[in-house]
Design a protein around this ligand. Sequence first.
Ligand code: PNS
Length: 168
Amino acid sequence: MAVQEKSGVRRAVCPGSFDPITNGHLDIIERASRLYDVVYVAVLINKSKSGLFTVEERIQMIEEVSAPYGNVVVESHHGLLVDYCKDRDIPAIVKGLRAVSDFDYELQMAQMNIGLSGVETLFVPTSPTYSFLSSSLVKEVAAYGGDVSHLVPELVHRRLVARIAERK
Ligand code: PNS
């Protein structure tokens, strides 16, 4: 019997770097929160990448913007995503697919993850409004003074502008 059938609680994880969370990420988290009882947002720590925001800052921003959904738990994880899933009895990874260009790598990761542990990956088509959006592009445009206020939640925008000003 599958884990979620035993416990009766349907769990999924939305993983990512979230440096910072964008409206595209939030759209996927919101949609996952309507499909599952508990949605874990896992901020994966990549020690070889130095972020604009610390992992703690990313978690705090995600917690604030996802609070209205009422069933989102935000945590960090260092290591394999499948180990995170195993520790919490999470049978499904939910990922947004922006375009065909995302597909090759996402398919590789999905196949690796199911092969490693049996965790399924479900792809959700990104809303067309956000299909071009990434945290990297948002940071680049904001660093050169471009307006990204429509691409990230308001509190993220405030912190992004402040962080860029600090770094100048
Ligand atoms: O937001 P990103 O950087 O595109 O997210 C990629 C992420 C963090 C989801 C992916 O790199 C990942 O799952 N990392 C955790 C380490 C891991 O499990 N690697 C094997 C993937 S098959």
